[in-house]
Design a protein around this ligand. Structure first.
Ligand SMILES: Cc1cc2nc3c(=O)[nH]c(=O)nc-3n(C[C@H](O)[C@H](O)[C@H](O)COP(=O)(O)OP(=O)(O)OC[C@H]3O[C@@H](n4cnc5c(N)ncnc54)[C@H](O)[C@@H]3O)c2cc1C
Length: 431
């Protein structure tokens, strides 16, 4: 047994780890008397990828490129391949992953199972929208090949199905043409939520990527709005960014009320002063946190939560304002806080997170009951607004909020593999 945690480092549970490395042998490896769950890079924050005292099918050795069509941008690969490796190999050849989240240190299987979103949801939807087909292995040995037109019900259950329909072994992804790894960017400071929504509305038609940093200690909702478009014809140069590492787990969280307010004020003012147009390498713009390895250690030995919700656009302003008021009143939070809008499109996955609206994501050092009490107040706002919480980030949502937020749950359960179980599924579904 090996102690394994997820990105939030809230717990360190014992697991029996079975490494999957040959896609032709996976069927045999899944036959086990204990239930299991696939585990990619463990970049999910909560318990979606954990199975305490059970089996973890570690997928990162299923990392082969199988074929690539340089004319069409169609990539066939194994599910444990990292998005980072795809980007590094193929951007220089003029192809890019259409949708990526705020880190590229995740697997293709993890990106599908959580149907991850990026900064371009308003234009290109989520990761699952770009999958042509996938192979799903069930613990009874059945292989299901599915896609948007081939057994679409299995496909829609597996995209965003948080690993519960089986193990994805192989995938075909449609990449996007790109002429350079560089982006034209613009950063604009906003003073409150009204300005944020005006910027979001004005940007969606002309900017491919939009996102904002929000100052969670300022209840009026000030922040920095960032938007970007790919640019053509800049010579390919490697970025100079140096990777740093948080070398050890400090005995207390480095993120606390004493550090948070001065940090946020200084960050906002410096960036406001530097705001304007610029060019950025795609890695710096899309994955700024990947340059600080093991940054999750800075929250200390008790770890941290991320609370990410999405609420419909019509009530978005008021709901986000209420959440910010609760958060500033509590004095909790961290400088990692993101506010962004999702486009007006329904995700194809039955259990996918993105829905039209606005999403707020904030990290919180784990302070036990104090933090959980704040989440209860935030939950009430999300419930009232008919929103939902992102399962990839969750470690504590109450079951009724899960059921209300994911109305397709009963339909999804028909596709569940009975040999697969996770801490999250037991907590929210009961098995
Ligand atoms: C810095 C940072 C930024 C992030 N930004 C974003 C963001 O902008 N947008 C966003 O959507 N997410 C974001 N995330 C969350 C992250 O993208 C997801 O949690 C992602 O799913 C993690 O992938 P993973 O390979 O680490 O999978 P894991 O966390 O190991 O697993 C995630 C889920 O996928 C399942 N799974 C993994 N492999 C397979 C497989 N082969 N077959 C079936 N199921 C499988 C697991 O069972 C589990 O349910 C961010 C995370 C971090 C740490």
């Amino acid at each position: 047994m090996v102690a394994i945690s997820s990105w939030g480092r809230l717990n360190n549970f014992e697991h029996e780890v079975i490494t999957l490395s040959d896609r032709h042998q996976v069927a045999q490896q899944l036959k086990n008397k204990n239930t299991g769950i696939a585990y990619g890079m463990g970049r999910s924050y909560g318990d979606v990828c954990l199975n305490p005292n059970g089996v973890l099918w570690q997928t990162t050795a299923l990392d082969r490129f199988i074929s690539f069509n340089e004319n069409t941008g169609s990539l066939v690969c194994e599910s444990g391949l990292l998005l980072h490796d795809i980007q590094h190999l193929l951007i220089a050849r003029g192809w890019i992953l259409p949708v990526t989240p705020g880190t590229q240190l995740i697997t293709v299987g993890g990106a599908i199972a959580n149907d991850v979103h990026g900064k371009n949801h308003h234009g290109l939807g989520s990761f699952g929208d770009h999958i042509k087909w996938l192979k799903l292995l069930r613990t009874d040995g059945t292989l299901i090949e599915c896609g948007p037109e081939l057994l679409p019900d299995w496909f829609c259950a597996t995209v965003g199905g948080f690993g519960l329909t089986g193990v994805i072994t192989e995938v075909e992804i449609q990449l996007r043409k790109v002429l350079s790894p560089w982006l034209n960017t613009e950063t604009i400071a906003y003073a409150n939520l009204d300005e944020f929504f005006q910027l979001a509305d004005a940007s969606e038609a002309h900017w491919e990527h939009t996102v904002s940093w929000i100052d969670c200690v300022a209840k009026e909702g000030r922040g920095l709005f960032m938007r970007a478009n790919p640019i053509d014809g800049v010579e390919h140069q490697e970025p100079k960014a140096r990777k740093l590492t948080v070398p050890f787990v400090p005995s207390v969280s480095l993120v606390n009320p004493l550090s948070l307010r001065p940090f946020n004020t200084a960050y906002f003012n410096i960036k406001k002063w530097q705001a304007g147009k610029s060019t950025a390498h795609y890695e710096a713009f899309f994955y700024p946190l990947d340059n600080l390895l093991e940054w999750n250690r800075m929250y200390g030995p008790k770890g941290f939560y991320q609370y990410q919700s999405v609420v419909p656009r019509a009530v978005g302003h008021d709901a986000v304002q209420e959440m910010l008021t609760e958060i500033t009143r509590s004095g909790e939070g961290s400088f990692l806080a993101v506010l962004k809008t999702f486009g007006n499109r329904q995700a194809l996955g039955m259990m996918s997170f993105p829905q039209p609206g606005v999403t707020l994501a904030l990290d919180f050092p784990n302070k036990g009951q104090r933090t959980l009490k704040l989440f209860k107040r935030l939950d009430a706002i999300v419930r009232e607004a008919q929103g939902r919480i992102y399962l990839a980030k969750d470690a504590r949502m109450p079951r009724d909020l899960f059921e209300a937020g994911y109305p397709r749950l009963p339909e999804f359960l028909h596709y569940r593999d009975p040999g697969v179980s996770s801490a999250l599924s037991r907590r929210l579904i009961g098995y």
